[in-house]
Structure formats: structure tokens, C-alpha cells
Design a protein around this ligand. Structure first.
Ligand code: SF4
Ligand code: SF4
Length: 188
């Protein structure tokens, strides 16, 4: 069910999302192909097509509390399936940016911890390093032994590497992280 709670702020988030994503929300004709292909839609309260409809109807900041904003895997299946060529993934990404910018971030459970662990390994090694990320994440959750039975099979199939990745431009990646931190501090 679609519930628009806040229509006081006129256009709602539509214009801001359109500016950030470059998408024309009004061309969506609610065929729902985006939702039927979305791998996380069965787990979320809102589906991509519903988000599109809510934006069209003038939804405001309440949309930033949608669980899809944080559960979206950025797989872009929705964008690929849309018959109107709408980049639905960019719309969700725009909502994520607005949620952070407006302090409406409601990341659930261990999502922030996972994000921090992932970004820290990228900052340190210049690329993602799964074992480092898993170790940091598990230390944070305190559940060190969860899912360890999968580890030998993943190692055997080459899905995970023991050693950190070589290559990659660590210096450049660190510089990017530093610049982002400085920009954030300057805005604060
Ligand atoms: S697939 Fe495209 S047109 Fe269809 S509901 Fe999703 S965004 Fe709208
Ligand atoms: S990009 Fe996000 S919303 Fe779109 S199909 Fe993938 S998980 Fe679903």
C-alpha cells in the first residue's frame, strides 16, 4: 500500500531527486517491471515502482525512511528492465544521498558497520579485500564464528583470497578518501 504522509512541501522530493538523478519521474507509467526484477523487493516494504509512484504523487521526507533506500544493492536491474529507459537505480541513489544530507539516514542493524568495514579496506588496500572486511565486520558484531563453515568452500573455489590484493593505485585511492574527509569537515 502506498501512503503519502507529508504533502506540505509542495513538490515533495520529486524535483530534488530529478536534479540529482537526471531522471524525469513523470514518464513512469507504473508497469512494475522494475519491481518484478528487483532482487531485494521481496524483502522490503517499498518496491522500486512504488517509490517512483510516491515521488510522482509528491511524497516528501518520509520517503527517505524507506528501507529500499538502504537495502538496494545498486545492481541496476530495475534500470535495465524499464521500458521507458528510466534509471531507477539512480533515483534510489539520489534518495540515499538526500537521506544522508538531510540527516534522515535510518540504516538498519549492522549496515553502517558493514559499510565502514568495506570502506576501510578500500582505503587501506586501494581495492576491496574480503577477508579484511569480514574480519573487521565480525569483530564489530562480536559474532566471530557465524558462517565460518562456508569459508573453506569459498577459498577452494577461489571466491575469496587470503592475501590482500596487489595492484590498484593505493596512493590515488587514499587521496580520494582524504579529499572526501576534508570536504565533509569544511561543510560541517
Ligand atoms: S519499469 Fe519503468 S515505467 Fe515501469 S514502473 Fe518501473 S520505473 Fe515505471
Ligand atoms: S538497483 Fe536496487 S532497486 Fe534496482 S533492482 Fe537493483 S536492488 Fe532493486
Amino acid at each position: 500500500m502506498i501512503t503519502i504522509k507529508n504533502k506540505k512541501n509542495g513538490q515533495g522530493l520529486k524535483r530534488a531527486v530529478e536534479e540529482l538523478s537526471g531522471v524525469d519521474i513523470s514518464v513512469c507509467f507504473q508497469c512494475k517491471k522494475c519491481s518484478s526484477g528487483c532482487p531485494v523487493a521481496r524483502l522490503t516494504r517499498s518496491r522500486p515502482s512504488e517509490i517512483m509512484r510516491q515521488l510522482h504523487l509528491g511524497a516528501g521526507n518520509e520517503l527517505l525512511e524507506s528501507d529500499l533506500v538502504w537495502m538496494c544493492a545498486s545492481c541496476e536491474t530495475c534500470s535495465a528492465r524499464c521500458p521507458m529507459g528510466i534509471d531507477v537505480a539512480a533515483v534510489i541513489d539520489a534518495l540515499r544521498k538526500l537521506a544522508l544530507a538531510r540527516g534522515a539516514s535510518k540504516q538498519k542493524g549492522n549496515v553502517p558497520l558493514f559499510n565502514r568495514a568495506f570502506l576501510k579496506t578500500v582505503e587501506t588496500f586501494g581495492r576491496s579485500y574480503e577477508i579484511g572486511m569480514i574480519a573487521a565486520y565480525k569483530l564489530g558484531t562480536g559474532k566471530l564464528m557465524n558462517d565460518t563453515e562456508k569459508f573453506p568452500a569459498m577459498l577452494k573455489k577461489g571466491k575469496i583470497a587470503l592475501l590482500p590484493p596487489r595492484g590498484g593505485d593505493r596512493k590515488t585511492v587514499r587521496r580520494i578518501f582524504k579529499t572526501v574527509k576534508q570536504n565533509k569537515e569544511a561543510k560541517a
